[in-house]
Design a protein around this ligand. Structure first.
Ligand code: ASP
Length: 428
């Protein structure tokens, strides 16, 4: 029986029934042995056909050059806080593994253009996929931003996985009261070493924006189109990932992007940049329990009652803000039960309606369904918050205010999460 206990990158020689091959051992699947040949191609060989393997030399990890890079202290100082995700990662083609590059030296080696725009500092806050982040990470990040503000940074860039980037931007916008520097979240859909990577442009645009703008808030910086030319600066509480793989996956919802920044640093604003007063104050998250329940056909009342021990609930309703609550024939008796459970819940905790439509506003005055939901205390009428922002806002309010006040505060515009006038809006 041939043994295959090698490490990725080990140089080996394989003998099959037909030939002898040498190359680098790559992370391999159960029955297939993957060998990187000297010409760079990966070859999959059925393990059954291998007669002999021999280790030629063990893999030695190459240390990045990491020589101290000279920076220009006259340029604005930016700190990059890394949280993980695709953006700062690189595939090591010798081993096939993904390696992360986080020090300023490594970043400047990867993105040398940044040296001309800013004076860079960077450190690792966490190294994880964004789908694994939670409220504690938002608190940690906010405290790290506070440290940078105190240390005199001109701006902060947070590199972040794209999946939940818009949750984190919302959370930071609520936590960081009176923030007076730009805090820009940057992600990338393709890892930094791929020809098609969006990482470099997103970082360059974020640096250009920080270096040349008086913006004082949290925002997102991602590709404005499929082209590699410019990025949008998107509002922290009114943006969303709308595509699973495109570089321009992020869009502003129910509002315009804040600005368009191009490679050369030209900025075109489409929203006014407001200046803030007062001292930076952090209002952090506590361990509150908030859920999101999406309306769907054939809903069961136990899906609603599941949330009876929660502190708050977001209902992602259909259309203008509806849930299946009407008994209209013999097959819709469960809907009545859904209504009863919603009634019980809304008496106890804030239950807030958002829309599956993503774009547009909640209007529970148009149909009787909406009116009935309002009567039992479902909140959110007239609001245009995304589900993700409503979720973050509700959890943040419950963490910082008395429960009875949260019922009122959910409808107040706290961090630009509500737009009173959407283009093409209609309110009766
Ligand atoms: N799942 C990854 C994340 O959100 C995708 C990415 O890095 O963009 O962290």
């Amino acid at each position: 029986m041939v043994k295959f206990n090698f490490n990725p990158g080990d140089k080996i020689e394989i003998t099959t029934k037909k030939e002898a091959l040498s190359g680098l051992f790559m992370p391999s699947k159960e029955n297939t042995f993957i060998l990187k040949l000297d010409n760079g191609y990966n070859l999959g060989i059925d393990k059954k056909n291998i007669k002999k393997v021999k280790l030629l030399s063990k893999y030695k990890e190459k240390k990045p050059k990491s020589s101290k890079v000279k920076q220009n202290s006259k340029l604005p100082t930016i700190t990059i806080l890394h949280t993980g995700g695709t953006i700062a990662s690189k595939v090591d083609y010798e081993t096939g593994g993904v390696i992360a590059r986080f020090s300023p030296e490594e970043l400047l080696e990867m993105f040398p253009e940044l040296k001309k725009i800013v004076n860079l500092k960077s450190r690792l806050v966490s190294n994880m996929w964004s789908e694994d982040l939670n409220f504690q990470h938002y608190n940690l990040l906010a405290k790290e931003v506070e440290k940078e503000v105190k240390a005199g940074a001109d701006g902060v860039i947070i590199t972040h996985g794209t999946d939940t980037l818009h949750y984190t931007s919302s959370a930071l916008a609520f936590i960081l009261e009176n923030l007076k520097i730009p805090v820009i979240l940057v992600g990338s859909q393709r890892s930094s070493d791929r020809g098609s990577s969006d990482a470099a442009l997103n970082l360059i645009c974020a640096c250009n924006f920080i270096a040349n703008s008086k913006f004082q808030d949290v925002a997102i910086c991602m590709h404005s189109s499929m082209e590699d030319e410019s990025c949008y600066i998107l509002p922290a509480t009114k943006s969303r990932k709308l595509h699973s793989s495109r570089r321009d996956a992020f869009k502003a919802i129910n509002t315009d992007p804040i600005a368009l920044v191009d490679k050369q640093g030209k900025i075109e604003y489409s929203q006014k940049v407001k200046q803030k007063k007062g001292k930076l104050n952090l209002r952090l998250f506590k361990e509150v329990k908030v859920g999101i329940l999406k309306a769907h056909p054939n809903m069961l009342s136990k899906e609603v009652s599941f949330y009876k021990d929660y502190d708050g609930l977001i209902l992602e309703g259909t259309g203008l803000g509806h849930f299946p609550i009407n008994k209209t024939d013999s097959s819709t008796t469960e809907n009545e039960k859904v209504f009863t459970e919603l009634k019980k819940l809304s008496k106890k905790i804030p239950v807030v309606m958002t829309s599956q439509c993503i774009f547009g506003r909640i209007n529970m005055n148009v149909y009787t369904t909406g009116r009935k939901l309002q009567e039992i205390g479902v909140l959110g009428n007239g609001l245009d918050m995304t589900t993700e922002t409503a979720f973050i806002k509700l959890a943040w309010l419950l963490s910082n205010f008395k429960k009875q006040d949260v019922f009122e505060l959910i409808s107040e515009n706290i961090s630009n999460e509500i737009n009173e006038r959407i283009k093409d809006d209609f309110l009766e």
